[in-house]
Design a protein around this ligand. Structure first.
Ligand SMILES: [Zn+2]
Length: 318
């Protein structure tokens, strides 16, 4: 079935540039933005991603500019013909069945049902001012709250916590971090059960054409431009492959000050093959990470910190 589907897509999109059967994900050159460059065989970049298991597509470059996202039927209507549509409808996965098998393989994370986005809720909601006070103390302003859809709940398991959601490449929730804003609520972090190896936190926000910063936690991520939080000090295989295949500019490793050895190890792991020569390291001052720098010195402090990114000398790597 997978092969048939890919054949149908290839018949009007040209050569498939990548295929992950496990996820049902394929890549093609975008018929909209790559055609603007007037190349006969596409630009070879494979920025149009199609997930036939979910039945959706999205171009990483022009999704919103050229309206290149949505159900696969929309893509076929725009660029295929009636034959393509008929073939597709014949072989397209039966949604219910596919979703069930999908859930078996991956734990499907959803935001708590009681989740309320802070940017949309009334200031008279209970707990609202506690959550806002906590964020303000950490230097998180309303712009960041809106950009990352930060929220909270006033009841249920996650009550008393600030929630930072994470979205996958299609804009679906794939994880969240719930940090308590009261010293009485333990543990500090209560995160959902998930297949951590598969999560790229806020995948949909990554700009692969610009410098990417690898940080440790979600609170570092929301104050560091174009960053990916590793949710720890170790990089998953998935993030490594994503960077190797897509990153076009530098990658800066910015772990907490106490994790410098881990940072150097990551540097050595990434500074290889496609990425060789484009890996840098940024060491925060003693006792700090980008979140605490932001809390103390604001945006400017973070920008100043990022300016210290540098390549390692060979003798520093052993
Ligand atoms: Zn495009």
């Amino acid at each position: 079935m997978c092969v048939l589907l890919v054949n149908i897509l290839e018949s009007f999109l040209g050569e498939c540039r990548g295929h992950n059967e496990g996820k049902g994900q394929t890549k093609f050159d975008c018929p909209s933005c790559s055609a603007e460059k007037l190349l006969d065989n596409g630009d070879g970049k494979g920025k149009l991603e199609i997930n036939y298991r979910k039945g959706v597509f999205k171009c990483w470059v022009c999704a919103y500019k050229n309206n290149m996202h949505g159900p696969i039927e929309k893509l076929i209507k725009k660029y295929g013909n009636n034959h393509n549509m008929r073939d597709y409808l014949l072989v397209k996965p039966d949604n219910n069945y596919e979703q069930e098998t999908y859930v078996d393989k991956n734990i499907h994370v959803q935001l708590p049902s009681e989740f309320i986005a802070l940017s949309t809720c009334s200031q008279y909601e209970p707990q609202y001012s506690f959550a806002m006070t906590y964020l303000k103390e950490r230097g998180i302003d309303e712009e960041i709250i809106r950009e990352f859809n930060i929220g909270y709940t006033h009841e249920g398991k996650y009550r008393g916590r600030v929630i930072i959601p994470s979205y996958d490449e299609f804009g679906d929730v794939n994880f969240f971090v719930a940090r308590s804003y009261s010293n009485y609520i333990k543990p500090k972090y209560l995160n959902p059960e998930a297949e951590k190896q598969q999560i790229v936190f806020n995948h949909n926000k990554i700009n692969f054409d610009a410098t990417i910063y690898l940080v440790e936690g979600a609170f570092d991520h929301i104050v560091t431009p174009n960053s990916i939080p590793l949710l720890g000090k170790i990089m998953t295989y998935k993030i490594k492959m994503l960077l190797t295949e897509n990153a076009k500019a530098d990658i800066v490793i910015l772990l907490d000050d106490d994790a410098y050895v881990d940072a150097v190890n990551l540097y050595k792991e990434l500074d290889f093959g496609e990425l060789h020569g484009r890996i840098k390291i940024c060491k925060p001052p003693y006792g700090h990470d980008s979140s605490s720098i932001h809390q103390k010195l604001g945006k400017r402090g973070v920008i100043k910190l990022l300016k210290n990114s540098r390549r390692l000398e060979i003798e520093e790597m052993f």
